[in-house]
Design a protein around this ligand. Structure first.
Ligand code: AMP
Length: 177
């Protein structure tokens, strides 16, 4: 990782208070996306977290994980797979539920999106409680995918989301708060 790149990314990320509800500080990554240079730097740094093993697929989480994940897949010349919120994928799906502060959420993957033995990198913009990434990880593992690493632009470490993730899978974050 390049520390100058990381500090430029950190400076560009905007804190939006009380969005989408009171008490939440939303990390707005759109200034990174809106700059050609910062977006390229973010993808460079994401790619550097993968290490030596080339994945067969990049799996991105709805919705901002699609943006980074698709760019990474294009850069590496590999396929991209979306993990989507309930009811959005058109074909046969496997799903996983996880707890939110109030209630439940559900994510889905197409059953043929990852084949047994394929090497996969799972990407999202932000790790908070780890519920979403944990559910996505479970879906990939159920299809027989081998997750090389989980990678995030931002980790909110005070929420201890790593506790909800499989400790045997390497988890990386470019920026920690
Ligand atoms: P969690 O399942 O709690 O780890 O939440 C992670 C998902 O919610 C990611 O897809 C994030 O994009 C989104 N998210 C959660 N908290 C925030 C936040 N403070 N700022 C921006 N996105 C967030």
């Amino acid at each position: 990782m390049n520390q100058e790149h990381l500090s430029r990314l950190k400076s560009a990320i905007r804190d939006v208070h009380d969005f989408p509800k009171p008490g939440i500080v939303f990390k707005d990554i759109t200034p990174v996306l809106g700059s050609g240079e910062l977006f390229r730097i973010a993808i460079d740094e994401f790619i550097s977290t993968i290490g030596e093993t080339k994945p067969d697929k990049i799996v991105g989480i709805d919705a901002r994980g699609f943006i980074f994940g698709a760019a990474m897949a294009d850069r590496l010349g590999v396929g991209f797979v979306p993990v989507r919120k309930k009811g959005k994928l058109p074909w046969e799906t496997n799903g996983a539920s996880y707890s939110l502060e109030y209630g439940e959420a559900h994510v889905e993957i197409h059953r043929d999106a990852v084949h047994a033995g394929e090497k996969v990198v799972l990407v999202d913009d932000l790790l908070a409680t780890g519920g979403t990434a944990g559910a996505a990880l479970k879906l990939i593992q159920e299809l027989g995918g081998k997750v090389i690493c989980l990678t995030f632009l931002i980790e909110l470490a005070f929420l201890e989301g790593r506790k909800n993730l499989d400790p045997s899978v390497r988890t990386q974050a470019l920026l920690t708060y």
